[in-house]
Design a binder for this molecule. Sequence first.
Ligand SMILES: Nc1nc2c(ncn2[C@@H]2O[C@H](COP(=O)(O)OP(=O)(O)OP(=O)(O)O)[C@@H](O)[C@H]2O)c(=O)[nH]1
Ligand SMILES: [Mg+2]
Length: 339
Amino acid sequence: MGLLCSKNRRYNAADSEENAQTAEIERRIEQETKAEKHIQKLLLLGAGESGKSTIFKQIKLLFQTGFDEAELKSYISVIHANVYQTIKVLYDGSKELAQNETDSMKFVVSSENKEIGEKLSEIGGRLDYPRLTKELAEDIETLWADPAIQETYAHGNELQLPDCANYFMENLQRLSDANYVPTKDDVLYARVRTTGVVEIQFRYDQTLFEDEQKNRMMETKELFDWVLKQPCFEKTSFMLFLNKFDIFEKKVLKVPLNVCEWFKDYQPASTGKQEIEHAYEFVKKKFEELYFQSTAPDRVDRVFKIYRTTALDPKLVKKTFKLVDETLRRRHLFEAGLL
Ligand SMILES: Nc1nc2c(ncn2[C@@H]2O[C@H](COP(=O)(O)OP(=O)(O)OP(=O)(O)O)[C@@H](O)[C@H]2O)c(=O)[nH]1
Ligand SMILES: [Mg+2]
Protein backbone atom coordinates (compact mmCIF):
# COMPACT_ATOMS: atom_id res chain seq x y z
CA MET A 1 0.00 0.00 0.00
CA GLY A 2 2.89 2.32 0.86
CA LEU A 3 4.28 1.61 -2.55
CA LEU A 4 1.11 2.85 -4.18
CA CYS A 5 1.24 6.08 -2.19
CA SER A 6 4.76 6.65 -3.30
CA LYS A 7 3.81 5.98 -6.90
CA ASN A 8 0.87 8.38 -6.70
CA ARG A 9 3.00 11.15 -5.30
CA ARG A 10 5.33 10.88 -8.23
CA TYR A 11 2.48 10.80 -10.69
CA ASN A 12 1.29 14.12 -9.34
CA ALA A 13 4.65 15.65 -10.12
CA ALA A 14 5.48 17.32 -13.43
CA ASP A 15 4.92 15.24 -16.60
CA SER A 16 8.52 15.34 -17.77
CA GLU A 17 9.77 14.00 -14.50
CA GLU A 18 7.22 11.18 -14.73
CA ASN A 19 8.25 10.31 -18.28
CA ALA A 20 11.92 10.18 -17.41
CA GLN A 21 11.13 8.03 -14.41
CA THR A 22 9.01 5.63 -16.44
CA ALA A 23 11.66 5.37 -19.14
CA GLU A 24 14.29 4.58 -16.54
CA ILE A 25 12.11 1.90 -14.94
CA GLU A 26 11.42 0.31 -18.29
CA ARG A 27 15.10 0.38 -19.21
CA ARG A 28 15.99 -1.31 -15.93
CA ILE A 29 13.30 -3.95 -16.31
CA GLU A 30 14.50 -4.79 -19.80
CA GLN A 31 18.09 -4.97 -18.62
CA GLU A 32 17.23 -7.22 -15.72
CA THR A 33 15.06 -9.47 -17.83
CA LYS A 34 17.89 -9.93 -20.32
CA ALA A 35 20.31 -10.73 -17.55
CA GLU A 36 17.70 -13.05 -15.99
CA LYS A 37 18.54 -11.35 -12.76
CA HIS A 38 14.95 -10.71 -11.95
CA ILE A 39 13.44 -14.05 -11.17
CA GLN A 40 10.19 -13.97 -9.29
CA LYS A 41 9.37 -16.90 -7.10
CA LEU A 42 5.77 -17.77 -6.70
CA LEU A 43 4.41 -19.91 -3.93
CA LEU A 44 0.72 -20.65 -4.29
CA LEU A 45 -1.01 -21.42 -1.04
CA GLY A 46 -4.67 -22.23 -0.82
CA ALA A 47 -7.19 -24.68 0.54
CA GLY A 48 -7.85 -27.93 -1.31
CA GLU A 49 -9.57 -27.50 -4.68
CA SER A 50 -9.06 -23.73 -4.70
CA GLY A 51 -7.38 -23.79 -8.12
CA LYS A 52 -3.61 -23.75 -7.44
CA SER A 53 -2.82 -26.47 -9.99
CA THR A 54 -5.13 -24.83 -12.56
CA ILE A 55 -3.20 -21.54 -12.21
CA PHE A 56 0.07 -23.39 -12.73
CA LYS A 57 -1.36 -25.09 -15.84
CA GLN A 58 -2.44 -21.69 -17.21
CA ILE A 59 1.04 -20.29 -16.58
CA LYS A 60 2.50 -23.22 -18.49
CA LEU A 61 0.07 -22.65 -21.37
CA LEU A 62 0.44 -18.87 -21.44
CA PHE A 63 4.06 -18.18 -20.65
CA GLN A 64 5.90 -21.47 -21.06
CA THR A 65 5.91 -24.46 -23.38
CA GLY A 66 2.27 -25.46 -23.22
CA PHE A 67 1.32 -29.16 -23.36
CA ASP A 68 2.52 -31.51 -26.09
CA GLU A 69 0.40 -34.47 -27.23
CA ALA A 70 2.01 -36.91 -24.81
CA GLU A 71 1.28 -34.59 -21.91
CA LEU A 72 -2.29 -34.06 -23.06
CA LYS A 73 -2.76 -37.83 -23.28
CA SER A 74 -1.37 -38.31 -19.81
CA TYR A 75 -4.54 -36.59 -18.56
CA ILE A 76 -6.92 -39.21 -20.06
CA SER A 77 -6.92 -41.44 -16.99
CA VAL A 78 -7.40 -38.45 -14.67
CA ILE A 79 -10.32 -37.16 -16.74
CA HIS A 80 -11.96 -40.59 -16.88
CA ALA A 81 -11.45 -40.91 -13.12
CA ASN A 82 -13.20 -37.53 -12.68
CA VAL A 83 -16.16 -38.89 -14.68
CA TYR A 84 -16.50 -42.00 -12.51
CA GLN A 85 -16.00 -40.02 -9.28
CA THR A 86 -18.66 -37.54 -10.32
CA ILE A 87 -21.31 -40.09 -11.17
CA LYS A 88 -20.60 -42.04 -7.98
CA VAL A 89 -20.88 -38.93 -5.78
CA LEU A 90 -24.17 -38.08 -7.52
CA TYR A 91 -25.70 -41.55 -7.31
CA ASP A 92 -24.62 -42.21 -3.69
CA GLY A 93 -25.64 -38.62 -2.87
CA SER A 94 -29.13 -39.14 -4.29
CA LYS A 95 -29.63 -42.14 -1.99
CA GLU A 96 -28.49 -40.14 1.01
CA LEU A 97 -30.69 -37.13 0.16
CA ALA A 98 -33.66 -39.47 -0.41
CA GLN A 99 -33.27 -40.57 3.21
CA ASN A 100 -32.59 -37.24 4.87
CA GLU A 101 -34.31 -34.44 2.97
CA THR A 102 -37.90 -33.49 3.68
CA ASP A 103 -38.93 -33.55 0.03
CA SER A 104 -37.23 -36.92 -0.35
CA MET A 105 -39.14 -38.37 -3.34
CA LYS A 106 -37.50 -36.04 -5.81
CA PHE A 107 -34.14 -37.67 -5.07
CA VAL A 108 -35.30 -41.20 -5.87
CA VAL A 109 -33.75 -42.48 -9.08
CA SER A 110 -36.18 -44.21 -11.46
CA SER A 111 -36.26 -48.01 -11.03
CA GLU A 112 -34.82 -48.70 -14.50
CA ASN A 113 -31.81 -46.47 -13.75
CA LYS A 114 -31.09 -47.97 -10.32
CA GLU A 115 -29.22 -50.92 -11.78
CA ILE A 116 -27.03 -48.60 -13.85
CA GLY A 117 -26.44 -46.49 -10.74
CA GLU A 118 -25.33 -49.48 -8.64
CA LYS A 119 -22.94 -50.64 -11.35
CA LEU A 120 -21.40 -47.18 -11.82
CA SER A 121 -21.15 -46.60 -8.09
CA GLU A 122 -19.21 -49.86 -7.77
CA ILE A 123 -16.82 -48.83 -10.57
CA GLY A 124 -16.43 -45.39 -8.99
CA GLY A 125 -15.36 -47.02 -5.72
CA ARG A 126 -12.50 -49.01 -7.31
CA LEU A 127 -8.88 -48.02 -7.03
CA ASP A 128 -8.32 -48.64 -10.74
CA TYR A 129 -10.89 -47.30 -13.14
CA PRO A 130 -11.53 -48.90 -16.54
CA ARG A 131 -11.08 -46.80 -19.66
CA LEU A 132 -14.29 -45.00 -20.52
CA THR A 133 -15.95 -46.95 -23.33
CA LYS A 134 -18.90 -45.81 -25.46
CA GLU A 135 -21.21 -48.22 -23.56
CA LEU A 136 -20.16 -46.89 -20.15
CA ALA A 137 -20.45 -43.32 -21.41
CA GLU A 138 -24.02 -44.04 -22.53
CA ASP A 139 -24.89 -45.50 -19.12
CA ILE A 140 -23.47 -42.41 -17.45
CA GLU A 141 -25.40 -40.13 -19.82
CA THR A 142 -28.62 -41.97 -19.02
CA LEU A 143 -28.10 -41.69 -15.29
CA TRP A 144 -26.99 -38.02 -15.54
CA ALA A 145 -30.27 -37.24 -17.33
CA ASP A 146 -32.35 -38.81 -14.52
CA PRO A 147 -34.32 -35.99 -12.77
CA ALA A 148 -33.27 -37.31 -9.35
CA ILE A 149 -29.61 -37.03 -10.33
CA GLN A 150 -30.20 -33.50 -11.62
CA GLU A 151 -31.85 -32.59 -8.28
CA THR A 152 -28.89 -34.09 -6.47
CA TYR A 153 -26.54 -32.06 -8.68
CA ALA A 154 -28.41 -28.90 -7.63
CA HIS A 155 -27.50 -29.84 -4.04
CA GLY A 156 -23.84 -30.26 -5.01
CA ASN A 157 -22.54 -28.01 -2.24
CA GLU A 158 -23.77 -30.55 0.35
CA LEU A 159 -21.80 -33.32 -1.36
CA GLN A 160 -18.13 -33.37 -2.25
CA LEU A 161 -18.88 -32.84 -5.91
CA PRO A 162 -15.95 -31.73 -8.08
CA ASP A 163 -16.36 -28.41 -9.94
CA CYS A 164 -15.53 -30.12 -13.20
CA ALA A 165 -18.66 -32.34 -12.87
CA ASN A 166 -20.96 -30.51 -15.27
CA TYR A 167 -18.26 -29.90 -17.88
CA PHE A 168 -17.26 -33.55 -18.13
CA MET A 169 -20.86 -34.81 -18.03
CA GLU A 170 -21.65 -32.58 -21.01
CA ASN A 171 -18.73 -33.99 -23.01
CA LEU A 172 -19.09 -37.76 -22.46
CA GLN A 173 -19.31 -38.73 -26.14
CA ARG A 174 -16.05 -37.01 -26.99
CA LEU A 175 -14.30 -38.26 -23.85
CA SER A 176 -15.14 -41.89 -24.66
CA ASP A 177 -13.83 -41.76 -28.21
CA ALA A 178 -11.21 -44.48 -28.83
CA ASN A 179 -8.84 -41.83 -30.26
CA TYR A 180 -9.59 -39.26 -27.60
CA VAL A 181 -6.88 -36.64 -27.02
CA PRO A 182 -7.73 -34.13 -24.27
CA THR A 183 -8.01 -30.47 -25.26
CA LYS A 184 -6.45 -27.61 -23.31
CA ASP A 185 -9.81 -26.96 -21.65
CA ASP A 186 -10.16 -30.62 -20.66
CA VAL A 187 -6.75 -30.42 -19.00
CA LEU A 188 -7.71 -27.21 -17.18
CA TYR A 189 -10.88 -28.84 -15.88
CA ALA A 190 -9.16 -32.09 -14.90
CA ARG A 191 -9.10 -32.50 -11.16
CA VAL A 192 -6.31 -34.31 -9.42
CA ARG A 193 -5.56 -33.72 -5.78
CA THR A 194 -2.00 -32.52 -5.31
CA THR A 195 -0.22 -33.88 -2.30
CA GLY A 196 2.61 -32.33 -0.39
CA VAL A 197 1.44 -28.77 -0.98
CA VAL A 198 0.06 -26.66 1.81
CA GLU A 199 -3.28 -26.08 0.93
CA ILE A 200 -7.16 -20.07 -0.53
CA GLN A 201 -10.78 -20.57 -1.28
CA PHE A 202 -13.60 -18.35 -2.33
CA ARG A 203 -16.31 -20.76 -1.26
CA TYR A 204 -18.46 -19.83 1.62
CA ASP A 205 -21.22 -22.47 1.57
CA GLN A 206 -19.15 -25.62 1.43
CA THR A 207 -17.28 -27.75 3.87
CA LEU A 208 -13.81 -29.16 3.39
CA PHE A 209 -13.14 -32.52 1.81
CA GLU A 210 -10.61 -33.10 4.58
CA ASP A 211 -12.99 -32.06 7.38
CA GLU A 212 -16.69 -32.04 6.56
CA GLN A 213 -17.51 -29.99 9.64
CA LYS A 214 -15.36 -27.11 8.55
CA ASN A 215 -16.60 -24.34 6.27
CA ARG A 216 -14.16 -23.73 3.41
CA MET A 217 -14.11 -19.94 3.81
CA MET A 218 -13.32 -20.24 7.52
CA GLU A 219 -10.45 -22.56 6.62
CA THR A 220 -9.18 -19.96 4.15
CA LYS A 221 -9.42 -17.20 6.72
CA GLU A 222 -7.43 -19.20 9.25
CA LEU A 223 -4.87 -20.24 6.68
CA PHE A 224 -4.33 -16.68 5.43
CA ASP A 225 -4.08 -15.32 8.96
CA TRP A 226 -1.56 -18.00 9.88
CA VAL A 227 0.59 -17.37 6.80
CA LEU A 228 0.62 -13.61 7.45
CA LYS A 229 2.01 -14.17 10.92
CA GLN A 230 4.81 -16.55 9.97
CA PRO A 231 8.26 -15.02 10.52
CA CYS A 232 9.52 -16.58 7.26
CA PHE A 233 6.93 -14.54 5.32
CA GLU A 234 7.67 -11.35 7.25
CA LYS A 235 8.92 -9.54 4.14
CA THR A 236 6.89 -11.45 1.59
CA SER A 237 4.43 -9.71 -0.71
CA PHE A 238 0.95 -11.18 -0.82
CA MET A 239 -1.08 -11.40 -4.00
CA LEU A 240 -4.41 -12.80 -2.93
CA PHE A 241 -6.37 -14.45 -5.72
CA LEU A 242 -10.04 -14.73 -4.94
CA ASN A 243 -10.44 -17.55 -7.41
CA LYS A 244 -13.52 -19.18 -8.94
CA PHE A 245 -15.11 -15.78 -9.41
CA ASP A 246 -17.32 -17.36 -12.12
CA ILE A 247 -18.86 -19.65 -9.52
CA PHE A 248 -19.04 -16.88 -6.91
CA GLU A 249 -20.99 -14.54 -9.19
CA LYS A 250 -23.65 -17.15 -9.86
CA LYS A 251 -23.80 -18.38 -6.31
CA VAL A 252 -24.01 -15.05 -4.54
CA LEU A 253 -27.40 -14.33 -6.11
CA LYS A 254 -28.77 -17.64 -4.85
CA VAL A 255 -27.04 -18.28 -1.53
CA PRO A 256 -26.71 -15.28 0.82
CA LEU A 257 -23.12 -14.49 1.80
CA ASN A 258 -24.10 -14.36 5.47
CA VAL A 259 -24.51 -18.17 5.66
CA CYS A 260 -20.81 -18.04 6.44
CA GLU A 261 -19.99 -17.14 10.02
CA TRP A 262 -17.24 -14.67 9.00
CA PHE A 263 -19.72 -12.77 6.78
CA LYS A 264 -22.69 -12.83 9.12
CA ASP A 265 -22.89 -9.00 9.22
CA TYR A 266 -23.37 -8.90 5.43
CA GLN A 267 -26.50 -7.13 4.20
CA PRO A 268 -27.47 -7.59 0.55
CA ALA A 269 -27.83 -4.13 -1.03
CA SER A 270 -29.32 -4.71 -4.45
CA THR A 271 -29.77 -7.28 -7.23
CA GLY A 272 -27.95 -8.59 -10.29
CA LYS A 273 -24.52 -7.26 -11.25
CA GLN A 274 -24.56 -4.57 -8.55
CA GLU A 275 -25.20 -7.14 -5.85
CA ILE A 276 -22.31 -9.25 -7.13
CA GLU A 277 -19.98 -6.24 -6.89
CA HIS A 278 -21.31 -5.36 -3.44
CA ALA A 279 -20.73 -8.90 -2.17
CA TYR A 280 -17.28 -9.11 -3.74
CA GLU A 281 -16.23 -5.78 -2.20
CA PHE A 282 -17.45 -7.03 1.19
CA VAL A 283 -15.33 -10.19 0.98
CA LYS A 284 -12.36 -8.16 -0.24
CA LYS A 285 -12.72 -5.76 2.70
CA LYS A 286 -12.78 -8.69 5.13
CA PHE A 287 -9.45 -9.93 3.79
CA GLU A 288 -8.00 -6.40 3.91
CA GLU A 289 -9.06 -6.07 7.54
CA LEU A 290 -7.45 -9.39 8.32
CA TYR A 291 -4.25 -8.30 6.60
CA PHE A 292 -4.09 -5.00 8.48
CA GLN A 293 -4.59 -6.81 11.78
CA SER A 294 -1.13 -8.28 11.38
CA THR A 295 0.58 -5.64 9.22
CA ALA A 296 0.95 -1.94 10.12
CA PRO A 297 -0.55 0.30 7.38
CA ASP A 298 2.67 2.26 6.87
CA ARG A 299 4.75 -0.85 6.12
CA VAL A 300 6.43 -0.49 2.73
CA ASP A 301 8.39 -3.74 2.73
CA ARG A 302 5.32 -5.89 2.17
CA VAL A 303 2.87 -5.47 -0.68
CA PHE A 304 -0.68 -6.73 -0.52
CA LYS A 305 -3.04 -6.87 -3.47
CA ILE A 306 -6.27 -8.69 -4.06
CA TYR A 307 -7.36 -9.94 -7.49
CA ARG A 308 -10.54 -11.64 -8.57
CA THR A 309 -9.65 -14.56 -10.82
CA THR A 310 -11.17 -17.38 -12.80
CA ALA A 311 -8.28 -19.77 -13.30
CA LEU A 312 -10.01 -21.39 -16.29
CA ASP A 313 -10.02 -18.10 -18.23
CA PRO A 314 -6.65 -17.60 -19.99
CA LYS A 315 -7.25 -13.91 -20.82
CA LEU A 316 -8.01 -13.07 -17.22
CA VAL A 317 -5.08 -15.09 -15.88
CA LYS A 318 -2.74 -13.40 -18.37
CA LYS A 319 -3.96 -9.94 -17.38
CA THR A 320 -3.69 -10.75 -13.67
CA PHE A 321 -0.17 -12.09 -13.98
CA LYS A 322 0.94 -9.01 -15.91
CA LEU A 323 -0.36 -6.87 -13.03
CA VAL A 324 1.30 -9.12 -10.46
CA ASP A 325 4.59 -9.00 -12.36
CA GLU A 326 4.42 -5.21 -12.64
CA THR A 327 3.72 -4.87 -8.91
CA LEU A 328 6.58 -7.13 -7.94
CA ARG A 329 9.02 -5.41 -10.32
CA ARG A 330 8.08 -2.03 -8.91
CA ARG A 331 8.61 -3.34 -5.43
CA HIS A 332 12.02 -4.63 -6.50
CA LEU A 333 12.99 -1.22 -7.93
CA PHE A 334 11.63 0.46 -4.83
CA GLU A 335 13.93 -1.68 -2.74
CA ALA A 336 16.81 -0.81 -5.04
CA GLY A 337 16.11 2.86 -4.29
CA LEU A 338 14.85 3.77 -7.75
CA LEU A 339 11.30 4.58 -6.77
N1 LIG B 1 -15.38 -22.87 -12.47
C1 LIG B 1 -14.11 -22.80 -12.08
N2 LIG B 1 -13.43 -23.95 -11.81
C2 LIG B 1 -12.14 -23.84 -11.43
C3 LIG B 1 -11.47 -22.57 -11.28
N3 LIG B 1 -10.20 -22.82 -10.86
C4 LIG B 1 -10.08 -24.16 -10.76
N4 LIG B 1 -11.24 -24.78 -11.09
C5 LIG B 1 -11.53 -26.23 -11.09
O1 LIG B 1 -11.52 -26.66 -9.72
C6 LIG B 1 -10.95 -27.97 -9.62
C7 LIG B 1 -9.82 -27.94 -8.61
O2 LIG B 1 -8.77 -27.13 -9.08
P1 LIG B 1 -7.24 -27.49 -8.76
O3 LIG B 1 -6.41 -26.51 -9.53
O4 LIG B 1 -7.00 -28.91 -8.96
O5 LIG B 1 -7.19 -27.16 -7.19
P2 LIG B 1 -5.92 -27.26 -6.19
O6 LIG B 1 -5.91 -25.99 -5.39
O7 LIG B 1 -4.69 -27.58 -6.94
O8 LIG B 1 -6.39 -28.48 -5.25
P3 LIG B 1 -5.45 -29.44 -4.33
O9 LIG B 1 -4.32 -29.90 -5.19
O10 LIG B 1 -6.36 -30.54 -3.90
O11 LIG B 1 -4.98 -28.65 -3.16
C8 LIG B 1 -10.53 -28.36 -11.04
O12 LIG B 1 -11.53 -29.18 -11.58
C9 LIG B 1 -10.45 -27.05 -11.79
O13 LIG B 1 -10.75 -27.19 -13.17
C10 LIG B 1 -12.22 -21.38 -11.58
O14 LIG B 1 -11.75 -20.23 -11.47
N5 LIG B 1 -13.54 -21.56 -11.96
MG1 LIG C 1 -3.49 -29.14 -6.92
